[in-house]
Ligand binder design. Structure first.
Ligand SMILES: [Zn+2]
Length: 414
């Protein structure tokens, strides 16, 4: 069997065939391809086709394809230029690769599949391309798959800001409570960021939205009040619980700073070691952390008082209580916090009182980001993986690949 026949059988390209194969030394396998409908030139951005080339120039293009037994495979083809009435003068599209890509569709789909399942180093080592190139591939694959229909018939949404990189680089993510998927994301975390979401989905899709859950910051609620005035603003219980955790951390840090000023440094060391024992849920403590907590209980000081407040707030949402019971317990908690004498908790109590309507709205509708634990864990993993990317678009593309309404298949699954 000739090498070209073999490759044609193995590659199974639609609309293209291999005409020649070259392999020299330890280099890649180079396959020259031609399109089956050679006279028809297609625009890469729309269905426009023409038989008239823009000029007589031929451009040699190459694409990396799936490896053959560990050897990289490069496709080469001469391409012509065309003039699309809508998009101007462009190099013709090919059916086996996305526009402006140096990789074939199959190669990109494999990368996208891997990147949502395997860590950064494994992906880079296995496919032998730079991590930032992976970001561009993710963006192209997602762009191919997402369509506007995902914005139709939305009812309960969640919005959250996440940091995708060090030094305060944020993304705003909008999720659908119904499907536990991320629908939309944008760089930044202010009101203008979320405004862009409402502009993109348009007034018709906005009209069906009944509730949006969020944190207690001013930015997202401002955008929802402006763009979707009929939607109820809900304060996500996750952020309510976080308020208690953050207050406890301030109490602990205060004590640590004060202890650091003492001549005997052993007190400071003690407070530093308390951090994880205090902030973790009791069910996930190590033996050493449990012992630390036992000591704190025996001491019975400020830190223990703060710990009990933080835990009692968390437990309100951990059980299976009715919304009336939850709201009564939150009121009690606010009373306990504001009379605790602990500054950070007094502040937290006042903050919760100010958002009591939003908390009630979330509790009575059963809206909580905590319910989407699988989604939240996935976002966290993908965010860590996206730290090597250089643009928010690439980070977002990776999150959408893993958490969006996108189905990535490896080429052999098709
Ligand atoms: Zn066009």
């Amino acid at each position: 069997m000739r090498a070209t026949t073999l490759l044609n059988r193995v590659f199974k390209f639609t609309g293209a065939t291999v005409t020649a194969v070259h392999h020299v030394g330890h280099g890649p396998i180079t396959a020259t391809v031609k399109l089956t409908a050679r006279r028809k030139l297609s625009c890469p951005h729309c269905p426009f086709t023409t038989t008239a080339g823009y000029d007589t120039r031929w451009t040699e293009s190459s694409w990396r394809h799936l490896d053959a037994a560990g050897t990289p495979v490069i496709l080469k083809m001469l391409r012509r230029r065309l003039r699309c009435p809508a998009h101007g003068v462009l190099v013709q599209a090919v059916p086996f690769a996305r526009p402006a890509s140096r990789f074939t569709r199959d190669f990109e789909d494999m990368v996208a599949w891997l990147v949502t399942r395997t860590d950064k180093t494994s992906v880079s080592t296995f496919i032998r391309i730079a991590w930032r190139t992976v970001g561009a591939i993710c963006a192209r694959v997602v762009g191919d798959q997402l369509d506007e229909t995902r914005f139709e018939g939305l009812v309960n949404l969640g919005v959250d800001g996440i940091s995708w990189r060090k030094h305060h680089n944020y993304l705003t993510l909008v999720s659908d409570h119904e499907t536990s998927t991320i629908l939309w994301g944008g760089a930044g975390k202010n009101a203008a960021t979320l405004d862009r979401f409402f502009i993109e989905i348009g007034p018709e899709n906005t009209a069906s939205i009944e509730a949006v859950s969020m944190d207690m910051g001013a930015a997202f609620s401002k955008s929802v009040r402006t763009n979707a005035p009929d939607a109820v603003i809900c304060i996500d219980p996750f952020h309510v619980v976080q308020l208690g955790t953050n207050a406890l951390e301030v109490v602990r840090r205060d004590q640590w700073q004060r202890a650091r000023a003492l001549p005997d440094q052993s007190f400071a060391k003690k407070y530093k070691g308390h951090r994880y024992a205090l902030l973790k849920n009791p069910g996930t403590l190590t033996e050493k952390q449990s012992a630390t907590l036992d000591h704190l209980r025996e001491d019975g000081g400020t830190l223990w008082q703060g710990y009990l407040l933080k835990e009692s707030l968390r437990e309100i949402f951990a059980g299976d209580l009715s919304s009336a019971e939850v709201m009564a317990m939150i009121q009690d908690w606010c009373d306990a916090a504001t009379t605790s004498g602990l500054g950070p908790f007094m502040k937290a109590g006042a903050t919760l009182r100010g958002h009591i309507n939003g908390i009630h709205a979330a509790v009575s509708r059963g809206l909580s980001n905590g319910k989407h634990e699988g989604l939240n864990n996935k976002i966290r993993t993908m965010t860590r993986r996206s730290y090597g990317f250089h643009s928010p678009e690439a980070a977002l593309a990776l999150i959408m690949l893993a958490c969006g309404p996108v189905e990535v298949r490896i080429p052999y699954q098709k």
